[in-house]
Design a protein around this ligand. Structure first.
Ligand code: G3P
Ligand code: CA
Length: 341
């Protein structure tokens, strides 16, 4: 008796048999291919450790800005307590030529008027305000509203520090990672930064021990600083793009920089290898999750910007550099690499 069910099961059996044979053939051919030409391991031609095996640098991005309002002394203090090797400063210049630490070019996101002060002083471009006007703003209460889990009443009323106040507070006790932001809109920013570094005795420790690293997305700004003092260590930042695009610029960057700051997702083994071949350190931004920190360390990066320095410190454990030593070791590793080129 003709049975649809039997015919169907027979057909299925045939299909299963043919598929199994095809799969076996595929596996065998794959095995044969592997035996003839092993698949290329990504680690074969790339470095997977930091330059000179220096410690991975823990850069407190805007301080410990995951836990405290960015670019305040509270945030910087916390980053240092949490084991950051560097505290980061983003620079803006006021209308009267004072360098202040603030990420955005406008005040709108993070500033609010102190009690009784006019709101207008705390809105719009920093470059259009005098330092006196900025003194009437506070930059802590926005954080408490945005991150209630880390809110602290002490944050309300915190002021925008000037770069000079940052240097006065920490002196030579910490390492600084300073970014020239919007330098085209702030003529003289580079000269003023170098003047303050000189005034606070940081020029030589920057040149010799990387106590100050100067970073920028603007190659013009970095080249200007290089022309003013070619011994200062500079980091070329890159906007999010691709590993390959950054690799194409490395010969250029290595003319004036000691390292690069790529977006974290653009970092792969080929980029780290190409940078290290030119003695350029690799410091991706901004890396906040432990799993991504681990992956980047596996790729051989030399440090990273993080809002959560405690997480990176915990991950590094005994490998974390103590005090200012990470900068010194990274600087020595860079010099040794350059000497070997
Ligand atoms: O400077 C490294 C990283 O901070 C760049 O991004 O926008 O946070 O300054 P941004
Ligand atoms: Ca920055």
């Amino acid at each position: 008796m003709y049975s649809y069910a039997r015919t169907r099961s027979g057909a299925i059996g045939a299909i299963v048999l043919v598929s199994a044979l095809a799969l076996a053939a595929l596996i065998l051919s794959g095995t044969a291919a592997s035996a003839e030409k092993p698949a290329k391991d990504a680690s074969e031609n790339v470095s997977t450790s930091t330059l000179g095996d220096a410690p991975v640098l823990n850069i407190g991005h805007r301080g410990a800005s995951g836990y405290a309002p960015e670019h305040t002394f509270a945030s910087y203090d916390l980053a240092i307590q949490m084991g950051a090797d560097y505290i980061e400063q983003d620079l803006q210049m006021t209308a009267d030529g004072v360098l202040v630490v603030m990420h955005d070019k406008t005040l709108n996101r993070t500033a609010n008027p102190l009690e009784g002060e006019p709101t207008r002083n705390c809105r719009g471009l920093v470059s259009k305000k005098t330092l006196d006007q900025l003194r009437s703003c506070e930059v802590g209460s926005w954080f408490n509203e945005a991150y209630p889990q880390y809110a602290n009443p002490d944050y309300v009323g915190l002021q925008i520090p000037t770069l000079e106040e940052v240097f006065q507070r920490y002196g030579k006790s910490v390492n600084y990672y300073i970014e020239t932001k919007n330098p085209k809109a702030a003529p003289g920013m580079e000269e003023e930064l170098l003047r303050l570094m000189d005034k606070y005795g940081l020029t030589r420790p920057a040149a010799e021990n990387w106590q100050v690293l100067i970073q920028s997305f603007s190659s013009e700004s970095l080249q200007k600083i290089h022309d003013l003092n070619e011994s200062l260590p500079l980091i070329q930042l890159y906007w999010a793009g691709s590993s390959k695009a950054i690799q194409r610029d490395l010969d250029n960057a290595s003319e004036y920089a000691v390292g690069i700051g790529p977006y974290k997702k653009d970092v792969d083994a080929a980029l780290v290898s190409a940078a290290h071949d030119r003695c350029l350190a690799v410091h991706p931004y901004t890396v906040n999750e432990t799993a991504e920190m681990e992956s980047l360390i596996d790729l051989g990066v030399d440090g990273m910007f993080t809002n959560f320095p405690d997480r990176l410190d915990a991950l590094l454990g005994d490998e974390a550099a103590g005090g200012k030593s990470g900068a010194v070791k990274a600087s020595n590793a860079s010099d040794a690499c350059q000497a070997g080129l």
